[in-house]
Ligand binder design. Structure first.
Ligand code: NAP
Length: 536
């Protein structure tokens, strides 16, 4: 009975190495891995050994016989990938590299999200090398998008953070939480004390549409809305007008689907999650009953992934609708899945309407958003891709809430190279220059799922280790004692592993009392107070 990978797949590829018959693809060394929506098991090759199951941090692998009805479609998706993709090249044996160095390698990692922590894990598990890693974050909490980005109704995806508990227990690991690099400490100061600095700061700002009305009250970036419902301290006080019955989301990536689901989910189904208290309360009073998700291209080109589209079908009380003329001419697996999802719908009190082939041209309103004017597009093939070209047909949709979900963008850090046009730190395989590296979204742009960062971080850490062994790293004149003295002066309330563990314990205990996985503290002072109150 073959195994099947299902919706939660985080692409971290831990299962790939465990498989004795190489039946899980795409492997990280295969083309297509970085853009893969998920990983797939070839049912004809799987020998049902189950070696992959304990390697999956998000419990995404099932035996075919145990598939819950909502995951049945994944049986075909796994088989389809195997039948459609070219026969994979044999897996090359990964040589165990034993590098030795007489001195401890000191590395600062800036950003405590998945990319930074995966890099720390790789560096701290090098046989034959003594590595010390300080992981910095401007917030008093780690885990980046696992804490502040993954939707609360995707609790299983958050299980990916469990592996980081092991990382923080490894000798040589320290957190420097609540320290902002560029404000509390500079890049030259880090380079003076560490052999290498890895930037893993993500892509935290939203992209702009550049259309009139974009800044009207009632028009927000989806990234702000996500940070709000996830309890990010910078966004906890934000307000979203949920008094109207309709919201419009521009863009149709996975963030757009997350936001659409959260807006129309029955708050009772969100209550047992780690959604921020303030968001749950606001959603309980929300009047939103209909969410339009507007993609500029067709359903075959939609940016959301097939697993997330399939996931929409399982939101209780939510009906998924399309406008048939926008889908009629499209074809392909993604379109077939869309049609199935729509066909299997029961009518529900709340709706997500997936619209295609429309771009916003203006957000309308005087003192507040009152609507969105969109133009219809035609598709045009260009350079192996498909682009949207407007035609002269306009439509106005009345709404009081517009969420722009058109992707994230990285921002420049003082004294660190930056490519303004791509919003990333320019690098080759993670190497910016010997001693300076990048990983995650600030390295490759905002793409991929949580586990994609594991391979990305590994590549960066390997570039750093190669430089270390080849003696290409500059020798820092100062040491960690010097860094600690600087931070004692400039960030005296910074938190270490003990401080974060205290917050984590308190949040989980508060959650347990309320029947939830955790109740997040969303205020910086409250977070620091909780950390400080932990016994030494
Ligand atoms: P995304 O996948 O890049 O989607 C951006 C969307 O914005 C696309 O539909 C894009 O259309 C559209 N867009 C861009 N510029 C536009 C413009 N000027 N006018 C109209 N539409 C425009 O970005 P995302 O949704 O922010 O996601 C970022 C990454 O996080 C992705 O890799 C995603 O898979 C990942 N993520 C994963 C999950 C999950 O696995 N559950 C959840 C959230 C995020 P075009 O396609 O036509 O460019």
């Amino acid at each position: 009975m073959p195994h099947v990978i299902t919706q939660n797949c985080c692409n971290d590829a831990g299962c790939v190495d465990a498989c004795p018959v190489d039946c899980i693809h795409p492997r990280p060394d295969e083309p297509g891995y970085l853009s893969a929506e998920m990983l797939y098991i070839d049912p004809d090759k799987c020998i049902d050994c189950g070696a992959c199951i304990p390697m999956c941090p998000v419990d995404a692998i099932r035996t075919e016989a145990d598939l819950e009805p909502k995951f049945l479609r994944y049986k075909d998706l796994n088989a389809f990938y195997a039948s459609e993709s070219p026969a994979p090249a044999p897996r090359a044996a990964i040589p165990l590299t034993i590098r030795t160095s007489s001195r401890a390698l000191r590395v600062a990692i800036v950003g405590a999200g998945p990319a930074g922590l995966f890099a720390a894990e790789h560096l701290l598990t090098q046989p034959g090398m003594r590595v010390e890693v300080d992981v910095y974050d401007r917030l008093p909490t780690p885990w980046g998008l696992i804490r502040a980005g993954v939707a609360p109704d995707h609790q299983q995806t958050k299980a990916a953070a469990e592996v980081f508990r092991w990382t923080t227990r490894r000798p040589g690991f320290r957190y420097q939480l609540g320290v902002e690099v560029g404000r509390d400490i500079t890049h030259p100061e880090l380079s003076n004390a560490y052999h290498a600095v890895i930037y893993a700061v993500g892509a935290s700002v939203d992209r702009h549409l550049g259309i009139p009305g974009e800044d009207l009250p009632g028009s927000h970036s989806a990234t702000d809305f996500v940070a709000w419902y996830n309890g990010h301290p910078d966004h906890a006080d934000q307000e979203f007008d949920l008094s109207g019955t309709r919201a419009v989301i521009i863009g149709n990536g996975n963030v757009a689907l997350d936001v659409a689901r959260i807006l129309v989910s029955d708050p009772a189904t969100l209550a047992p999650t780690d959604i921020a208290d303030h968001a749950l309360e606001a959603l309980r009073h929300s009047n939103i009953r209909e969410v339009l998700v507007v993609g500029r291209r067709g359903p075959a080109e939609a940016a959301y992934t097939t697993p997330e589209l399939l996931g929409l079908a399982n939101v209780p009380g939510v009906e998924i609708r399309i406008q048939p003329d926008e889908v009629r001419e499209a074809s392909g697996l993604k379109v077939d899945v869309l049609r199935e999802v729509v066909r299997q719908q029961q009518s529900g009190p709340r709706q997500i309407i997936l619209r295609y082939l429309h771009s916003p041209v203006e957000i309308l309103g005087v003192n507040h958003v009152e609507g969105v004017r969109v133009v219809r597009n035609e598709l045009q093939a260009v350079d192996g891709g498909v682009r949207a070209v407007p035609i002269d047909e306009f439509e106005t949709v009345a709404t009081g809430l517009v969420l722009r979900s058109i992707g994230y963008r990285g921002t420049a850090l003082p004294d660190v190279p930056f490519d303004e046009s791509r919003g990333v730190i320019p690098n080759v395989n993670g190497r910016v220059a010997p001693g300076v590296y990048a990983t995650g979204w600030i390295k490759r742009g905002p793409s991929g799922v949580i586990g994609t960062n594991k391979q990305c971080a590994r590549e960066t850490a390997e570039a750093l280790l190669e430089d270390a062994v080849a003696n290409r790293l500059p020798t820092p004149p100062k040491n960690l004692w010097h860094i600690d003295r600087l931070l004692d002066e400039r960030a005296p309330r910074r938190l270490d592993v003990r401080g974060w563990n205290a917050i984590d314990r308190s949040e989980r205990e508060a959650g347990r009392l309320a029947g939830r996985p955790r109740r997040k503290f969303t205020n910086i002072e409250e977070l620091i107070r909780t950390a400080m109150s932990a016994p030494r």
